[in-house]
Design a protein around this ligand. Structure first.
Ligand SMILES: [Zn+2]
Ligand SMILES: [Zn+2]
Length: 150
């Protein structure tokens, strides 16, 4: 049974939101942008439409950071939680950090950009691996991997 609308928030709960649909897809992203912007080895994303989102940000805490030529990421300006991703490469989509949403029924189906993953991360065999040159990653293949810090 669907739990729509889903509720979500950042760590400090200064930003809350609801999502009026099931995600179109869920995936782990191992790309270097997700690694470096989150400080974690990979990020699990749930893909929604921007139209599905209703924001509750009474203290105007949400901050957007241009993370590449095409894309931007949103964080809570108070607690730092990474919440959203938007890109010219997928107009109309809103990617939401999976664990910021309560009770999603759908589990991740893909491991994306596996060729960029941290080498000690072990991939679950029931998820479909997609490398940087996979057709399924479509327009995202335009984005060059970040070089590793010296
Ligand atoms: Zn916060
Ligand atoms: Zn990524």
């Amino acid at each position: 049974m669907s739990k729509v609308p889903y509720r979500g928030s950042c760590f400090c709960k200064g930003i809350q939101f609801s999502l009026a649909a099931e995600p179109r897809a869920c995936a782990n992203c191992h790309c270097t942008y997700c690694q470096r912007s989150s400080g974690a080895p990979f990020v699990t994303w749930a893909v929604f439409q921007k139209l599905d989102l209703a924001m509750e940000d009474p203290s105007a805490l949400l901050r957007w950071c241009q993370s590449s030529e095409f894309s931007k990421r949103a964080f809570c300006g108070s607690c730092g939680t990474l919440l959203f991703f938007e890109s010219e490469l997928c107009v109309g989509e809103l990617h939401v950090t999976y664990v910021s949403v309560e009770g999603l029924a759908q589990k991740p189906k893909y491991n994306c950009f596996v060729d960029q993953k941290v080498d000690w991360v072990t991939l679950e065999s029931d998820l479909i691996p997609l490398s940087s040159d996979s057709q399924e990653l479509g327009h995202y293949r335009k984005v060059q991997s970040l070089s590793t810090p010296e």
